[in-house]
Design a protein around this ligand. Structure first.
Ligand SMILES: Cc1cc2nc3c(=O)[nH]c(=O)nc-3n(C[C@H](O)[C@H](O)[C@H](O)COP(=O)(O)OP(=O)(O)OC[C@H]3O[C@@H](n4cnc5c(N)ncnc54)[C@H](O)[C@@H]3O)c2cc1C
Length: 365
């Protein structure tokens, strides 16, 4: 979110200083692991769809301007019991916004995509425009374009604290103090520390990604769709085709099955019982994806109580804009969030519909 904001601000001709604690496109936050699902039939809430439509335009613009393959369209299957959020919520968003979609029975899913064997009685919404973004490529593309447009980006330089008054803001780092008229804070899992006064509790959760090999002779998933599948106890898994070639495995993960942590206490080791759980669960949908587990990685979600984002002017500090609490589903919005933050800095407001992301929504609840 920070690299996207730096890009959008710099290309509007503003003077931008960016401060990042670690190296470009590092793996210690929430934006690594090779792939992120992008989709438009948004089961979380159809209110996100206009932002997704704009994000897709900006994904394409980023691809063109950077020459980097930041996203790919593969189609997507959102599978579950007929009344599940994953299926019925995706259908609702598609119908409400007139998105290109198809409804498939479990058998039709298997006929069209032989690697998939959904449990009997489940349905899938097939969305043609779904696919995946490449998080590290995206961050690097935004950084490169931001620097080309004149942004001064400092890596390995954490912001230790900031203060503001009517004239602007001061940010303190070990290297010194910087003054600016406006500050944008996109701290990911560090929000509970650096944005402790925004009035929303953000829970940091450890999440695991698994790259799994398929058994010899099983139907190939290459070039196939991304997917999210819900079972009867509402647990969701999601995954990708093997996008780095068959030797890299196909990435799979539980959606929201995490343990609370902080960036300092997160357990980076993935344990044998966790691998077994993932293999058991994914084989109920993709029997060929039987292992072994080729690789794993941990990542953090920053989850708000209602799982909607926080994107707003800071409620207590006039010259500060914030973007955090992306609740495990923010990456597909990275390009449009940068645009929104640039609007908030330039105009104090935006034409994008962001009422859902106002931190006051929960303060008054
Ligand atoms: C396993 C996993 C799977 C996901 N899958 C999807 C998906 O399929 N689709 C989707 O849309 N979303 C997905 N998400 C969510 C999405 O990736 C996140 O919402 C998004 O990456 C959050 O970006 P961010 O900029 O807020 O956080 P980050 O990318 O972590 O960036 C925050 C940055 O702030 C820096 N920072 C923090 N404090 C300071 C400081 N004091 N000074 C300087 N720098 C600081 C950090 O070092 C970090 O680089 C997934 C997330 C995870 C973890």
């Amino acid at each position: 979110m920070g690299s996207s904001a730096a890009y959008h601000l710099a290309r509007r001709g503003m003077r931008v200083l960016g401060l990042e604690r670690f190296a470009p496109a590092h793996d210690k936050g929430s934006s690594h692991g090779g792939s992120r699902i992008i989709r438009q039939s948004y089961f979380e809430d159809p209110a996100y769809v206009p932002l997704l439509l704009r994000s897709y335009e900006l994904w394409e613009e980023l691809k063109q301007n950077s020459g980097v393959d930041v996203y790919s369209i593969t189609g997507g299957l959102f599978i579950g019991p007929p009344d599940s959020t994953t299926f019925s919520g995706s259908l609702r968003a598609s119908e409400q916004w007139g998105l290109d979609h198809e409804v498939l029975t479990d058998r039709e899913v298997h006929q069209s995509f032989p690697a998939f064997e959904p449990p009997a009685g489940q349905f899938a919404l097939y969305e043609r425009m779904a696919g995946f973004a490449r998080p590290e490529f995206t961050v690097r593309a935004h950084i490169g374009l931001a620097e080309q447009a004149g942004a001064d980006l400092h890596f390995g330089e954490p912001a230790l604290s900031w203060t503001d008054d009517v004239n602007g803001v001061s940010v303190h780092t070990e290297a010194g103090t910087y003054q600016a008229s406006q500050l944008v804070v996109c701290p990911g899992a560090w929000a509970p520390k650096i944005l402790s006064d925004i009035g929303i509790r953000i829970k940091i959760e450890r999440q695991v990604m698994y790259w799994i090999d398929h058994s010899p002779g099983s139907p190939s998933m290459e070039g196939g769709p991304i997917y999210i599948q819900e079972n009867n106890n509402v647990e969701q898994i999601y995954g990708f085709p093997p996008i780095d070639g068959p030797a890299g495995g196909a990435k799979v993960a539980f959606f929201r099955k995490g343990t609370e942590c902080t960036p300092d206490t997160i357990d980076r080791e993935v344990h044998p019982d966790e691998r077994r759980d993932m293999l058991d669960r994914v084989s109920q949908l993709l029997p060929g994806l039987s292992g072994p587990v080729l690789d794993t990685a941990t990542c953090m979600y920053s989850t708000t109580p209602d799982e909607n984002f926080v994107i707003a002017r800071h409620p207590l500090h006039t010259n500060v804009s914030v973007a955090c609490g992306f609740s495990g589903h923010g990456f597909k919005f990275v390009p449009v969030v940068g645009e929104i933050l640039a609007d908030l800095v330039e105009h104090g407001t935006t034409d994008h519909p962001i009422a859902l992301f106002d931190p006051a929504r929960l303060a008054s609840a």
